[in-house]
Design a protein around this ligand. Sequence first.
Ligand code: BDR
Ligand code: CA
Length: 343
Amino acid sequence: PVPVWLDVDTGHDDAFAILLACHSPNVRLLGISSVFGNAPLSHTTGNTLSILSAIGRADVPVYAGATKPVCREAAAAPDIHGETGLDGTTCLPAPSSSVKTDVTAIEATYRALIAQPADTAWLICTGALTNAALLFSVYPSLVTHLKGFSVMGGAIGGGFTDAPLGTVKGQGERFGNWTPWAEFNIYIDPESAQALFRNSVLAAKTTLVPLDLTHQFLATKEVQSNLLYGSGKVQNGQSPSLVRKLFVEILTFFAKTYADVFGLVEGPPLHDPLAVVAAFAPALLDDRSGERFAIHVITDGDHGEEDHVRSGQSQCGRTIATKLTTGEAGIRILRGLQECKIW
Ligand code: BDR
Ligand code: CA
């Protein structure tokens, strides 16, 4: 199994990333750090602990990371995830373990990853990139030790400077989900994202899972029904387990907010688990024949009210990908989905 450290802002789709990382036989989860994002850090940390309790993995160590970006105020996404970051569930248990405080989240992440054999371990981020930027700034040598760095973030759309996609439904030049240009995880801490993507050694190990990919991975009604009743283990008519109910409630809430806010009625895109899939089953996801990119993050602009409601003019947080020449090391951007049955 691939040794993995997960950095999350738990969140409806983060909960699925945790579930996958905890129970995939292909992953050995070393620990989790939390970050502000979908809700304030106290909520994202508590949600993480509760999800781990619900799925029988309260043994996984959890550390609380950054409460805000280094040079901006914290943002949250209550219209997508509710005030708690994980609204809509009646079966979420109280945490049966506590957050660890023996060392900081950065220190714990470093120690866990550096203890793995060289070129084996992955850092996977499904929230703001603040913790990751701090980690590589305090421990730059960790970059060479890691096997991979997987990031759910960004919206490339027409932002590929020389290779427009043109195949994803609803995709255009403006493909953001927080502003017309920017995806939430990058928007809320663009300076951290820019620092990480500019690190050329790290870029060669970075896999980006942008909205271009995640909007091909929708939790449709069929997916929700499979999740509730399973295939073989729990049949229609029998009562589903509490864990199944919990995850279906999570999806139901997420589906409603995606329908209300984005008019996406087929089902919500399940962004974050795909960043875990990228670490242990990259063949399921497509990087278009080994193309590699440099990514520039636009960091100009304040996070004012006017661009806080998915309508403003600011391009802050936009990710622009430039294709590199063959053989040049750069970021792998996952853009196509092979048949991906993680359910
Ligand atoms: C990302 O933003 C968050 O709301 C989700 O958890 C996901 O990580 C999608 O843009
Ligand atoms: Ca997330």
